[in-house]
Design a protein around this ligand. Structure first.
Ligand code: Y43
Ligand code: MG
Length: 197
């Protein structure tokens, strides 16, 4: 069976990606499971650049196909901050309860119309014998007035989807995966994956 290595250190992403790739005819492994754990410097200025950097960083060390995700939250009221710096916002080891409270505080004077935001996900595949490919998808929503929900990870408790008026942390993984930036990007990239596996 073919192997697909997911080049991420983020456990929340791994859970979502593994769940969505359950039916794909290949073994999905994390970097750790593949013995390829390493810090990859994300020095790109766009989600696409960083996804490609992460996917290509492992190319020399494996014959498997590598899948990488670079994602983040764009808040219109904050001029699209934290954007590509979402993981590093307020420091990369700062708990998300703190990051989320800070964002709510910074938006305390923003009206409902001014609270629009989106999650962005760029997903790349790379490998020794394939041409690197990258896709980008988004999910539109808004920053709520309070953090809610226990599911998901990161900024999920403050990101609300207009159609349901609940946060992505209040959704089941199936519900989130069906509509999320990551779900859409993964479905787009797996179409291309079928062409190279
Ligand atoms: O569905 C999501 N629900 C909530 N938050 C999310 C989501 N998707 C991305 N995010 C946030 C988390 C992190 O602040 C940043 C990703 O940063 P990003 O560099 O791509 O990931 P990371 O450093 O956690 O792991 P890695 O680079 O090893 O894949 O966006
Ligand atoms: Mg990162």
């Amino acid at each position: 069976m073919k192997t697909l290595i997911v080049a991420t250190q983020n456990k929340g992403k791994v859970l979502e990606i593994k769940e969505m790739l359950r039916d794909l005819d290949c073994e999905v492994m994390t970097m750790g499971e593949a013995g390829l754990d390493r810090e990859i410097e994300e020095n790109g200025t766009t989600f696409e650049e960083n996804a490609v950097i992460k996917a290509e960083a492992l190319k020399a060390y494996t014959d498997a196909i590598i899948l990488a995700d670079d994602s983040g939250l764009e808040i219109d009221y904050l001029n699209k901050e934290p954007g590509v710096y979402s993981a590093r916002y307020l420091g990369k080891d700062t708990p998300y309860t703190v990051k989320n409270q800070m964002i709510l505080e910074r938006l305390k004077d923003a009206s409902p119309e001014e609270r629009t935001a989106r999650f962005v996900c760029a997903m790349a595949i790379a490998g020794k014998n394939i041409e690197t490919q990258v896709v980008r998808e988004t999910i539109e929503g808004y920053i709520g007035y309070e953090a809610k929900g226990e599911n998901g990870f990161g900024y999920d408790p403050i990101f609300y989807v207009s159609e349901y008026n609940i946060s992505t942390a209040e959704m089941s993984s199936e519900q989130k995966n069906a509509i999320s930036h990551r779900g859409k990007a993964l479905r787009a990239i797996t179409e291309r994956l079928k062409g190279v596996m």
